[in-house]
Write a protein that binds this ligand. Structure first.
Ligand code: OSB
Ligand code: MG
Length: 362
């Protein structure tokens, strides 16, 4: 699928104006579910990209699991482990397994995966803007709409002086930056200076596949480091914790190969005193609903990037919209306790309009 965004989303790796997403419709003979995985069009965030993810599912992963029985998520993981990497591709299958399992059990997804409450706190992520005035307006709007924290994309020319202006205007807002792996250890003096901004964390400052340089950085600064891109498996999370690479790990089910690994990383972090929150990849309301279910887990201690449809889309592929609460006790999604699995499904006409390529088991 290629789904147009209302406005381009600019980050250190470039501007995204269309979400490239793979939608999977899975059927266990009795029920049908839809899952979504959104690696982006180009391999700019991670080594995966949507057309490659689609081909990987079509040519390798689907043939290896179709028609077989997987009674536990662990059995499915064993089958998927035959192929290396390609976590976004595996995520579509693993999420479908969990949605079928939740639907068969008659349980909402958040409860089926062990969520401790039916709500998930959220913040807003704001991309690189043309001017500081536009950025300050967007922060003001996001706070007024109930955001519990603000995340700003950071890049060369959109760094310390941008943060200086934001902190002048909003001294007390809970704030963090996301560097999308742009910097290197040579930039250590800048990260040391950034302690003065009292940021809640710095997300993925160094290389997308690094753990060790992040450990050096975390030892040298006060501000917590949060890893995103680097945490592509349960083993990588364990190694990051052991090395002291971060104080937070953001959980993205796509990047981690699905819900099974997301739960394992969550539990490892809870045991180690590492905070979690749920990341976003410009998903439609299907992916957002899965993120919101994960956002109900007990070790999600910081507001998540779970976006409202209108944050990025003029028209969303999927409906209904999740239930967002504003106001003093707001800034959170209340997930549906009434529907087994998740409520969200693609709209047929939008599905037809935005589909690039399809493949089916028959
Ligand atoms: O690094 O978290 C990221 C979007 C696309 C790719 C990578 C990232 C993002 C976001 C989106 O930051 C934030 C959101 O969904 O609210
Ligand atoms: Mg990130």
């Amino acid at each position: 699928m290629a789904i147009p965004l209302e406005q381009p989303f600019r980050t250190a790796f470039g501007a995204v104006d269309t979400t490239h997403s793979v939608l999977l419709c899975a059927d266990d003979g009795e029920r049908e579910v839809w899952s979504e995985t959104t690696p982006l069009e180009r391999p700019e965030y991670s080594p995966e990209w949507a057309a490659g993810t689609f081909a990987c599912i079509r040519d390798w992963i689907a043939p290896c699991i179709l028609g077989q029985e997987f009674r536990t998520p662990g059995e499915l993981q064993v089958a998927l482990s035959r192929y290396k990497g390609n976590e976004f591709a595996k995520a579509a299958i693993d999420e479908a397994w969990w949605l079928l399992s939740a639907t068969a059990a008659g349980e909402p997804l958040y409860r089926h995966i062990g969520g401790s409450q039916d709500r998930a706190e959220v913040g807003v992520a704001i991309g690189i803007q043309d001017t500081l005035a536009e950025l300050l307006d967007k922060i003001r709007d996001a706070m007024a709409a109930g955001a519990r924290r603000i995340k700003l994309k950071m890049a060369p020319n959109w760094g310390e002086s941008m943060l200086e202006a934001v902190r002048d205007a909003f001294p007390d807002v809970v704030l963090h930056v996301d560097c999308n792996s742009h910097y290197r250890l040579d930039d250590l003096p800048m990260f040391k200076r950034m302690d003065r901004f009292n940021l809640a964390m710095i997300e993925q400052p160094l290389s997308h596949d690094d753990l060790l340089d992040h450990a050096v950085l975390q030892r040298s600064i006060e501000t917590p480091v949060c890893l995103d891109e680097s945490i592509t498996s349960v083993d990588r999370a364990r190694q990051a914790i052991a090395a002291g690479s971060c104080k937070y790990i953001n959980i993205k089910p796509g990047r981690l190969g699905g819900i099974t690994n997301s739960l394992a990383v969550h539990n490892l972090c809870a045991a180690a005193g590492i905070g979690n929150w749920i990341g976003g990849m410009l998903e439609t309301q299907i992916g957002v609903a899965v993120g919101a279910a994960l956002g109900c887990l007990s070790n999600v201690t910081y507001p998540s990037d779970i976006c409202r449809s209108g944050d990025f889309y003029g028209e969303d592929l999927a409906a209904p919209e999740l239930d967002f609460r504003r106001g003093a006790d707001g800034g959170l999604f209340v997930v549906s306790a009434a529907t087994p699995g998740i409520m969200q499904k693609p709209d047929e006409s939008r599905l037809a309009r935005w589909t690039i390529e399809t493949a089916s088991a028959e």
